[in-house]
Design a protein around this ligand. Sequence first.
Ligand SMILES: [Fe+2]
Length: 357
Amino acid sequence: MAEILGLGLSHFGGFMFSDEEMSGRAKARLEDGSLPPSLDHPSKWPEGMREEWGNDEGASFASRHREQYFNGLDRVRKALDDFRPDAVIVFGDDQYECFREDLVPPYCVFVADEFLSKPYLRARGLGGDTPNVWNDPFDMILKTPGAGDIARFLLNALLENDFEPSYSYKLPHQDYLGHAFTNTLMFLDHRRSGWPYPVIPFAINAYGSALIRAKGGLVNKATQGAMQRNPDPPAPSPRRCFDLGRTIGKILSESPWRLALVATASFSHGFLTEKNFFLYPDMDSDRLRHGELAAGDYEKWRGLSIPTLEDAGQHELVNWLPMIGAMHELGQKPEYCELMESYLMNSNKCVAVIPPR
Ligand SMILES: [Fe+2]
């Protein structure tokens, strides 16, 4: 009988690199002179952020933050291994990687029997040829099995149910999965026990109004100005993503497979939070969202508007909506749901396990 497991995690790339690098975004903002006088020195930052900065520019906190996150990941991986899925569907954003000026679908299923990732050869303000926590060679290529047949089944069934996802048999613009999927695969196997599960990457245009104008929301002195003018068309609404998830939950619960749905995204991102001068995330809003999620109060998330998410720098929360919608449809509640807060490390992270009933 079909069963569906819901999981949630962050794909914050900073966890892959050294403690010293994790606060790199904040350091870059200090150095490029783009912060206002009220925030242009760590002594002026909010109290929690100053504590994280400490006397070593955040390195000690980075170690604790990673440990907390990796411990949460252990719970996710155990749930996954105990469940033994036939495939894992990962909902993640494309941050000006596969989708650029020439075509931006609201959401897109990648259909293939194998995917390649280059975890360390990306430009996201971190990484490149700096050491990583696994001591992997920086040009390492990860091969992950896909689940083309299940992806095609899902596409057919969604169209029969009046949803029209885009699909792609080939990754556009690059031969490698984007950061959301790549980092998720790295984190789900962070203990290096091996990764046997076929995946279906399900890309969502979470960056919406910031996608083209700020090249996926990468904030530096040049793009900060762009972030404040000429928004691109927005992301698909939380309502639509939730209803998409409800339909996915219904379709898959009537399928022959055991499937895991993985939502991958941090909550509020500092570099997307204009009211905090693109420096630190919206703590209050993330605590609210976490409380709703942990209580299984999923419809609160369905009722969020895109302007509300964007005001809080929570653009990527739409990655969580399809999984949450499916859990709502199937009546499944979180067994584990932890918010891991950080002012300094760009975002608050949430890790969740929502088992079958
Ligand atoms: Fe992302």
